[in-house]
Design a protein around this ligand. Sequence first.
Ligand code: NDP
Length: 277
Amino acid sequence: MRSVTLPSGKTVPCLGQGTWTMGEGPSARAREIAALRTGLDLGLTLIDTAEMYGEGLAEALVAEAIEGRRDEVFIVSKVYPHNASRRDVAAACERSLARLATDRIDLYLLHWRGSVPLAETVRGFEDLQHAGKIRHWGVSNLDLADMRELWSVPGGAQAATNQLLYNLERRGVEWDLLPWLRERGVPVMAYSPIEQGRLLRHRGLRAFAQRHGMTPAQAALAWLLRREDVIAIPKASSPERVKENAGAIAHRLDAAQLAELDALFAPPERAVPLEML
Ligand code: NDP
């Protein structure tokens, strides 16, 4: 498994596993746990969750899936913006730790920007780091103006990642945010990497995948993984789909294939030149 280096020097796999909506339906539980465990076996050892997902149900499912394997896993969880004050983030983190049945979260993110000043959330994250409750902290859904502001507050430049909506159909971040983050050595975590499944129905992508001996999901993921600074976190609820998605690692897209995808998904005048990637 190729890895991506966080600003701290810690390496994480370039492909992880999402958990949004997992743990919410009792009938799917066993399959979802089997899916996450299959992912761990295949090296998808970064698991992304949040206190928001099923109001803790996803975190509890993760705890069950990783039981006995905690040290293999890099757990990412997220705090609600309304819990992101210096005091409240400590309590929210304790609740997440209890649901995750662990004593530490590897990467704790602000889920999106709310009304709490960024400086205060950073202080809260730093407290948690000093107490050994979290190893790294980062943000999600912050735009360029937010990131500039974050970099201006004390300790703000220690953010380990910005988790963003980024996939073949959602490339807006390539113009401003991704270059800014790359300059600062901050990797991006790409959420909804297959556009919540919708990309798999794209006729052009399906034809592309067939021509090149991969599945549409693998093509969409391999496209994201063309960048060294992207971690993709697809969510799949069955071992078969996890295996399929993990197979994306084997496909390194060449320049001609990337140009084909640019032609399908970005009008030529908006396609980002290869040397910028
Ligand atoms: P994804 O783009 O990962 O798509 C997930 C959907 O695609 C599910 O319905 C899944 O079905 C289906 N799917 C996955 N693999 C395959 C496959 N090989 N073949 C067919 N269908 C497939 O969307 P998400 O929005 O879930 O994003 C991934 C993760 O990113 C989330 O789970 C969450 O952890 C995180 N996220 C973070 C956000 C944020 O604000 N920070 C916002 C949204 C997501 P099934 O599950 O039935 O297998």
